[in-house]
Ligand binder design. Structure first.
Ligand code: SF4
Length: 457
């Protein structure tokens, strides 16, 4: 790609060097996808739930301004301080200011992909503030100095032995100790100390209810609750698309979310936060960071319906075999490849091409986002805007001319068949990446057109 930045195919190539890891990654995610299928089929009303969720979100996207104002008014009435951030920079500055006001240099954080998107941890580190991620998976990648590779399973690319080594290095566990139960208990012990001593806790937001000004945070470990309940200051950061109109709509989304994400009937903790407890401060930061631009892109606005369940990643044959880091953006996989070019077309021009367009992502999406159609549309936008690599652009122009002319098409077919037969090395060589993992097909004796002309006169 001519982005001059990172490239999915190149990064996937690095991941693909370890074939065992690729197979294991692929199988683990497929196992989760299969769990999702099993539990989904236990609900006869599944399709009705998806349709309802999609329509509720459609309504939200069409009335975003009204719902945001309603949410702000209700949250303020509950005693919550509401902040608005136009972009990542403003978001980070607001959070930093709130921490600095407390005179502390440490904060505990539960999982929030928005803060990953805004690179909050790095920003705060440059201002001398240490952030401890309290979600176990997030903590593991934090200790490894890596970003999450999946929005629900941040360290899915790591094997338990590697986690054992990390814990040995950072938390003092015995070497070669890879027992998941032991490692989990060690992490829990170390995090308990963090929860008890941090004055400021930050959480993400899964759903924000416009009518009541409350918000819901879903975790399987209860870490958001531990942080928020023990801290003097609770900061909740949310993208503006997290809104739902009414509390009664929550049931629809909560039933869809975890079934799609991990195949569980419910998240272990769906914690509702409405107002600060006595003596506590509660802040909500409402972040745009490109969302209103995406709202204005008619073909892509549906991507804002996303509830970040990760199902599209678990099912995607490209994601499963290329690993989350190859997407070089906070939200990887099919939906990340739609969201990222909105933020920076040049930097993420490669991502919409990291898909087979098989449609499996759209089939599993609990809010019925037309994911593969949007990926296809992004490709067209990116080519029109001049972000396709020159080689590909020329190849496509030649292809368009060939397909538009029967004479050229037949001549090219004949040439192709002769090349495969008499000079296979011309296509099957190291310079042609297409043949890296493929076997050369044998050329047919004649084309379908020639066969038809002889046999169907
Ligand atoms: S696009 Fe759909 S399937 Fe993918 S994470 Fe979002 S809600 Fe889940």
């Amino acid at each position: 790609m001519n982005t001059g930045t990172k490239d999915h195919a190149e990064l996937a190539g690095i991941f693909n060097k370890d074939e065992d890891r690729v197979n294991w990654h692929d199988e683990t995610l497929w196992w989760i996808r299969a769990k999702r299928d099993k539990i989904v089929h236990q609900l006869p009303e599944w399709e009705a739930l998806r349709e309802t969720a999609s329509k509720i979100k459609f309504n939200v996207l069409g009335n975003m301004d009204t719902y945001l104002m309603e949410f702000e008014a209700a949250a303020k009435a509950n005693g919550v301080t509401v902040h608005w951030a136009a972009d990542a920079k403003e978001h980070n500055e607001i959070v930093h200011k709130l921490i600095a006001e407390q005179g502390v240099t440490q904060m505990v954080k539960s999982k929030s992909m928005l803060t990953e998107e805004c690179h909050l941890n790095e920003y705060l580190a440059t201002h001398g503030i240490e952030v401890i991620d309290s979600d176990l998976g997030e903590r593991i990648v934090q200790l490894a100095g890596e970003p999450p590779s999946h929005i629900v399973l941040p360290c899915i690319h790591k094997k338990k032995e590697e986690i054992g080594d990390l814990f040995h290095m950072h938390l003092g566990t015995p070497s070669n100790m890879a027992d998941p139960q032991f490692l989990t208990e060690t992490a829990r012990g170390s995090l308990r100390e963090t929860f008890l001593t941090r004055k400021v806790a930050l959480t993400g937001v899964n759903f924000a209810v416009a009518e009541t000004g409350e918000f819901v945070v879903c975790t399987n470990e209860g870490n958001a609750d531990m942080g928020a309940h023990l801290a003097k200051v609770h900061i909740a950061c949310m993208g503006i698309e997290k809104l739902i109109p009414k509390r009664e709509h929550l049931g629809v989304f909560l039933r869809l979310l975890t079934r799609s994400a991990t195949g569980q009937p419910q998240t272990t903790y769906s914690s509702h936060f409405a107002k600060p407890r006595a003596g506590q401060e509660m802040h909500i930061v409402l972040v745009d960071n490109g969302r209103s631009v995406q709202l204005g892109r008619e073909d892509f606005r549906n991507s804002l319906k996303c509830i970040r369940c990760g199902a599209c990643m678990n099912t995607c044959p490209v994601y499963r075999r290329s690993g989350g880091h190859s997407y070089h953006t906070a939200v990887a996989g099919p939906i990340g490849s739609i969201l990222a070019p909105n933020l920076d077309m040049k930097k993420y021009a490669d991502l919409p091409f990291a898909s087979t367009l098989c449609g499996s992502c759209s089939n599993v999406c609990p809010v019925k986002i037309d994911i593969h159609d949007q990926l296809y549309k992004w490709r067209q936008v990116l080519v029109k805007e001049g972000y396709a690599p020159t080689g590909k652009k020329i190849a496509m122009q030649v292809m368009a001319k060939t397909l538009a002319s029967p004479t050229m098409y037949h001549a090219a077919g004949k040439m192709g068949r002769l090349t495969i037969k008499y000079a296979p090395f011309a296509v099957s060589n190291k310079l042609n990446p297409w043949y890296k993992e493929r076997d050369m097909p044998s050329a047919p004796k004649e084309s379908f057109g020639e066969w038809y002309a002889k046999n169907r006169k």
